[in-house]
Design a protein around this ligand. Structure first.
Ligand code: PMP
Length: 458
């Protein structure tokens, strides 16, 4: 089929996730065709370096034959087995045990979903159930960070605190409340580590005091905010928030959908601060995008309380047909083997340090207000004025220009609506590939700055 007729079919039939529908009808689809390592090629034969690992997910890189073989083997032997009731299959059992081993502390009980949104949704549903069956039914409010992203389900999108996911959707609902994020660059009480940590801790305390601890169920956070503009907290922030949540008698849920599987260095970002959450959500890097899969790791206290207090004989009525899909589980087991035995986690740690260094060299660019990174997860905040931190006017359409210019220059990144570039290169990248990302990025910034509508706004 020619690209042109594919484009016509797409315009007519595919409703794309998180697209501007009318805009997409005009612009049309960009069809991606093939990929290898850190490079992806579109249907016109244009090869790009993927500085965003798909959608922060292809951590091991594209084109691993051993993953293809693991999926094919499992499809041949047993393409599907339900996890409902007490059925199961070997790869899913092995994967649950492996995740229990890899996750911190007593997060030893694994509930499988298909991706991140339904991992978060599962956490929310099971938290409700937990408090109801243990006699604390008033604990309903869910706290999360302003600018946090926790998926797009009809429960999780309210925990997400980004305008595009609320406007027109009846969010936030009465159970959703938001806490000050660790946004040093725009923190009103100062950018020093202590001030940034204190601002979030005080905000969490104030919210719980305002609502009453007996009405608050949990606090959700990303160890590094991703979709909200890659906001990297100071060291010690995560630990302080975890300890405050425990003191306030609310559950602490770490959403490691982006930060998990080596993205920030360690297997999970919580490890870097010795944090053991009550629950942890994961997806993306778990299969590196080769198959859909997510998981919720549940700590011993919550797991045991649900198991021992659920109505006798009845099910815990939450589950999906594809919870723990055996093909996705077989894929995940091979991906986890590649992180460890295949050396990809170690490579990510080495190259992550190099990436942080090289990225910092962009700080001298006139458009760059701040560069922030932890390992292979980074954000570059662009401003019209480095001193006042004033943004360019919306009419300059910076994100659109950035993405289009970057694409033409052969580099993919995310250009967020508020003039922040998001980067998440695959963990398999070499130093030379990191250099390529940085040089193409610098050229893109130069090209965009030279555009008349951008130059006029500076
Ligand atoms: N949580 C976080 C932190 C995420 O970044 C995402 C996806 N970007 C999700 C949840 C939702 O995951 P999914 O898109 O797989 O449903």
């Amino acid at each position: 089929m020619t690209v042109n007729s594919l484009e016509a079919l797409d315009r007519r039939h595919w409703v794309h996730p998180v697209a501007n529908w009318a805009g997409h009808e005009k612009r049309g689809v960009t069809v991606m065709k093939s990929a290898k390592g850190a490079f992806i090629t579109d249907a016109d034969g244009h090869e790009l370096i993927d500085g965003f690992a798909g959608l922060w997910c292809v951590n091991v890189g594209y084109g691993h034959e051993s993953i293809v073989e693991a999926a094919a083997r499992q499809m041949r032997e047993l393409p599907y087995a339900t996890g409902y009731f007490s059925f199961g299959s070997e790869p899913t059992i092995r994967l649950a045990a492996k995740l229990a081993e890899l996750t911190p502390g007593d997060l030893d009980h694994i509930y499988f979903s298909l991706g991140g949104s339904d991992a978060v949704d599962s956490a929310l549903r099971l938290i409700q159930f937990y408090y109801n069956v243990t006699g604390r039914p008033t604990k309903k409010a869910i706290l999360s960070l302003e600018r946090g992203y926790h998926g797009s389900s009809s429960t999780g999108a309210g925990v997400t605190a980004l305008p595009a996911f609320h406007a027109g959707f009846d969010f936030p609902a009465h159970v959703h409340h938001y806490v000050t994020p660790p946004y040093a660059y725009r923190n009103p009480t100062g950018s020093g580590d202590a001030a940034v940590i204190a601002a979030s801790v005080a905000s969490l305390r104030a919210k719980v005091a305002e609502l009453g601890a007996e009405n608050v169920a949990a606090f959700f956070c990303e160890p590094v905010i991703g979709s909200g503009g890659v906001i990297v907290p100071p060291k010690g922030w995560l630990r302080a928030m975890r300890e405050t949540a425990a003191e306030l008698d609310i559950l602490f849920v770490a959403d490691e959908v982006i930060t998990g599987f080596g993205r920030t260095g360690p297997m999970f970002a919580c490890e870097a601060e010795g944090v053991v959450p009550d629950m942890m959500t994961m997806a993306k890097g778990l299969t590196s995008g080769y198959a859909p899969l997510g998981a919720l790791a549940i700590g011993e206290t919550v797991y045991r309380a649900i198991a021992d207090n659920a109505p006798a004989g009845g099910p815990v009525g939450h589950g999906y047909t594809y919870s723990g899909h055996p093909v996705s589980a077989a894929v995940a087991l091979e991906v986890l083997r590649l992180y460890e035995e295949g050396g990809i986690l170690a490579n990510g740690q080495r190259v992550g340090a190099y990436f942080e260094e090289r990225l910092a060299t962009l700080a001298d660019h006139p458009l760059v207000g701040e560069v922030r990174a932890r390992g292979l997860l980074a954000g570059i905040e662009l401003v019209a004025d480095k001193v006042t931190k004033e943004k360019l006017p919306r009419e300059a359409k910076l994100p659109d220009h950035l993405f289009a210019r970057g694409y033409a220059n052969g580099v993919i990144f995310r250009a967020f609506a508020d003039d922040i570039i998001g980067l998440a290169p695959p963990l398999c990248c070499s130093e030379a590939e990191i250099d390529l990302i940085i040089s193409r990025l610098r050229k893109t910034l130069d090209d965009v700055m030279a555009l008349p509508e951008v130059a006029a706004a500076l």
